[in-house]
Design a protein around this ligand. Structure first.
Ligand SMILES: [Zn+2]
Length: 409
């Protein structure tokens, strides 16, 4: 008996830090195929997974959570009796063509707020439980304004998006917040680089004051990658890179079922890889960073972004971005790269130069040319991704508060 307890506590001691880490980072970091994982399916878990990963059948739930079909069926039936899951239109299950009824979580079960800040704009959106955007808004900002004004604009935007959604506060699970710099995983502070060249701390809790909503900060590039993985161009990809070019530049790699972004370093250095010689000092204090050659921070004012001179500038910027992407893939090769941000509206000019450069750089290191996609999702991708990450972080505790924590008995 004591031997058993010893072994059990030893196993627990080894695995619990990982379990804690997985929970904190969100369900997708957990490895569902871990043979040591002992999964007792709870109602809240089933609802969270169905919402967060758009699962629509018992089979998909079994496969994703590695639980037996009878336990899924039991929990599904209980939730159907309570009206929280509905059976909808028939669809063809897998390849055998067998007709089966799709399961849906009630759209109004819970709502998720997502918002993001970059040096040029603020965005926010509200998702329902079918992950449809039901309200959204954007506000351009001027970094020359005092930080208090920007926080005020952000606060107004968040309130407006909540009001437009007509969702009662108690139905909002929480908010994911995308920022370009996360100071620490549990911190709600970020830091921005403000002209004429100083770093300023921003307390995001100020934005949400009086709202009584849990919030969590995530790197903007991770948010956009999460959007692409769950709802966008990477939904079937095993390995990919997501690149976000806005005021700053970020990229994250998804490889072997996980993001290569640790708790300890939630930011990435992609914008600050050295791509060429330059006498222009970057915000990081170095010279020759990718950021100085093609970020939104360094692009011309709107009225100058037209005409042949601008197109030549765009092509040059695209080539630098290509060098940056090739160097990222030289660290770890992935066959798919998805680009979001300020260059997507100039795709016809940017894409050929970008691909030409990537092809040349990849040939130099004897690597294949990856598939490169300019995302079609639009500029709310980051906010939507932040909301998705917020589901992982907050939905379990929200559902527990609603009395949905029962495991199967
Ligand atoms: Zn730099």
């Amino acid at each position: 008996m004591s031997k058993y307890i010893c072994l059990r506590s030893a196993v627990k001691a080894v695995f619990s830090p990982f379990a804690r880490l997985a929970t904190r980072l969100g369900g997708h970091y957990a490895r569902p195929h871990d043979p040591m994982a002992k999964i007792v399916l709870t109602e809240s878990q089933l609802l969270r997974e169905m919402v967060a990963h758009e699962l629509h059948s018992r089979k998909e739930v079994c496969e994703r959570l590695q639980v037996s079909k009878p336990s899924v069926t039991r929990v599904v039936e209980r939730l159907m009796r309570r009206g929280l899951i509905e059976e909808g239109e028939r669809f063809n299950s897998q390849r055998r063509g067998r007709k089966t009824n799709a399961l849906h979580v009630r759209r109004d079960l819970a709502y998720f707020l997502g918002t993001d800040l970059d040096g040029m704009a603020l965005r926010a959106c509200m998702l329902d439980s079918s992950l449809q955007v039901i309200s959204s808004g954007k506000c351009t900002i001027d970094l020359r304004d005092p930080i208090e004004k920007i926080i005020g604009q952000w606060n107004t935007l968040v309130h407006d998006v909540i009001r437009m959604s007509k969702v009662p506060m108690k139905k909002i699970v929480g908010s994911g917040v995308g920022v370009s710099r996360v100071l620490a995983t549990d911190s709600v502070k970020t830091r921005g680089f403000f002209p004429p060249g100083k770093w300023v701390d921003i307390d995001v809790a100020q934005v949400f004051k009086k709202l009584d909503l849990p919030i969590a900060l995530f790197n903007n590039a991770l948010c956009v990658a999460e959007y692409e993985r769950r709802l966008g161009a990477a939904s079937k990809a095993r390995d990919f890179a997501a690149v976000l070019v806005r005021h700053g530049i970020g990229a994250v790699l998804f490889h072997g079922g996980a993001f290569l972004l640790s708790r300890e370093s939630p930011n990435n250095k992609f914008g600050h890889v050295k791509v060429a010689e330059s006498r222009e000092k970057c915000s990081c204090g170095e010279y020759g960073c990718l950021d100085t050659f093609c970020s939104g921070r360094t692009w011309p004012d709107a009225w100058r972004r037209r005409g042949p001179e601008w197109e030549a500038d765009l092509r040059s910027r695209a080539r630098y971005l290509g060098i940056g992407i090739a160097s990222l893939l030289d660290t770890l090769y992935v066959p798919l790269v998805i680009i979001n941000g300020i260059y997507n509206e100039y795709e016809s000019v940017v894409y050929p130069s970008l691909m030409e450069q990537i092809a040349a750089s990849m040939a130099a290191v004897d690597q294949p040319v990856p598939k490169v996609v300019m995302s079609t999702g639009g500029e709310f991708n980051t906010s939507i991704g932040a909301a998705l990450l917020g589901i992982d972080r907050f939905m379990d505790s929200y559902l527990r508060q609603q009395g949905l924590a029962n495991s199967h008995r």
